[in-house]
Design a protein around this ligand. Structure first.
Ligand SMILES: Nc1nc2c(ncn2[C@@H]2O[C@H](COP(=O)(O)OP(=O)(O)O)[C@@H](O)[C@H]2O)c(=O)[nH]1
Ligand SMILES: [Mg+2]
Length: 404
């Protein structure tokens, strides 16, 4: 088994994932609301606690702080510890908010990347209060930022009572504000009593709404960073697979996975990197190697090698040597699709806690991945949705895996 080859391929994927992360444009989110309504808790539950706990805050105005972390494509504009009492406090803050948003909007023309992509305005359902001064403040902000393309989402935080949340929603809706949506959430489980816990909810819906309102280019950043909605990641990852499979179908120039060498073409490497980025995992070299060896690499090639290569070569006129062989577009698409879908399935299982990254890099993990790969390969689904024509190659694979 030529592990050095697999390792080389994995290094290429690791590099490509790194580039993929570096390429993600910075997402700028502003979060507003009174102290104690649960802004930090909300951000933690969307992005994990790493930003709030380890990010570095820098004041941009007297009350607004920009929190960032090195090599992390998210900037959070927060108002920590701001006591919003009285019209003066609201007046002063609305000026600062609009200044920051306008400056970001104007400078982004020069590519500074400081434009605010989304404004989360938090009101606590638990406080039972939405004062006229706060309503006026929110109305002013929502009206002003409309001109700078900043969507506003009102988050009803600490909504352990859905009835209170519905009531508050009614009050805010009556204001007829130019906002994108009102979303009730309970960001963390809430202990009502020693024997009664209200489970957290709504963060996945909020994540979906945020993803929808963001411009396409920033969406990928959000999906890579968020930790609240696995479906968004799966959908994005499967989009990457479909694109790669369609590309393989069009070009068909995929080298055969032969003997014990995993030969991946750049499009497949980009696909694996894109999937990894959608799930937002730190890359684990061992796990990636197993995925490759369990699918089209060493172990998979035993299956592919025995049945496919000989089968394929019969189909390819003039293919004297294994090394020079390429497969048809349809077959290339099917292999690419199966590799991508198997990898998506692995990362989904890891995200759900059904599998550990470290479990993957074992004999059992590899067999499981191989099983997934063959199952996907048997589906023979093409990105266009057409059924693939029957081929000897797929009969071979089907026969072989059914025996196992
Ligand atoms: N159980 C529970 N506690 C929350 C929730 N949101 C906020 N809190 C609590 O409310 C307090 C204030 O929250 P924090 O996020 O610091 O508010 P901030 O000042 O707006 O950033 C903290 O003690 C949080 O633990 C929630 O969704 N569930
Ligand atoms: Mg806070």
């Amino acid at each position: 088994m030529a592990d050095y080859l697999t390792s080389d391929v994995v290094d290429k994927i690791l590099n490509s994932v790194k580039e993929e992360y570096e390429k993600l444009p910075k997402l700028n989110i502003m979060i507003l609301g009174k102290t104690g309504v649960g802004k930090s808790t909300l951000i933690n539950s969307i992005f994990g606690d790493s930003l709030v706990r380890t990010g570095i805050g820098r004041p941009v105005t007297s009350d607004i702080v920009k929190v960032e972390k090195k090599d992390f494509p998210l900037a959070l504009y927060d108002t920590p510890g701001l006591e919003l009492t009285g019209d003066n406090a609201y007046d002063s803050l609305s000026k600062q908010v609009i200044d920051v948003i306008r400056e970001g909007f104007e400078s982004s023309v020069n590519g500074s990347g400081n434009e605010i992509h989304c404004l989360l305005y938090c009101v606590s359902s638990a406080s039972h209060r939405f004062e006229p001064s706060e309503a006026a403040f929110l109305k002013k902000i929502a009206d002003k930022v409309k001109g700078y393309n900043v969507p506003v989402i009102i988050v009803l935080t600490q909504s352990f009572s859905k009835r209170d949340a519905a009531e508050l929603r009614g009050v805010i809706e009556a204001e007829n504000l130019p906002i994108s949506s009102i979303v009730p959430v309970l960001a963390q489980d809430y202990e009502i009593d020693v024997d009664m816990v209200k489970k957290a909810y709504g963060i996945d819906d909020l994540a979906e709404i945020i993803a929808e309102i963001l411009p396409e280019a920033i969406q990928n950043t959000f999906i890579a960073l968020e930790k609240a909605n696995l479906k968004l990641k799966i959908k994005r990852a499967r989009g990457v697979v479909a694109t790669a499979a369609a590309g393989a179908l069009a070009t068909g120039a995929i080298p055969l996975p032969i003997a014990d060498a995993a030969v991946l073409v750049p499009d497949q490497i980009a696909m694996l990197a894109g999937i990894t980025s959608a799930f937002g995992f730190p890359v684990d070299k061992g796990a990636l190697m197993t995925v490759i060896s369990g699918t089209i690499g060493s172990a998979g090639a035993t299956v592919l090698g025995r049945n496919v290569v000989s089968g394929l070569l019969k189909l390819i006129p003039g293919a004297g040597t294994v090394a020079g062989a390429v497969v048809s577009g349809a077959t290339a698409a099917a292999i690419t699709y199966a590799l991508g879908e198997a990898y998506v399935q692995v990362l989904t299982a890891v995200s759900r806690g059904e599998m550990k990254m470290s479990d993957i890099n074992t004999e059992i993990g590899r067999e499981e991945i191989n099983r997934m790969f063959l199952e996907k390969l048997k589906m023979r689904r093409l990105p266009s949705g057409e059924a693939e024509e029957e081929s000897e190659v797929f009969k071979d694979i089907g026969d072989d895996s059914e025996e196992r």
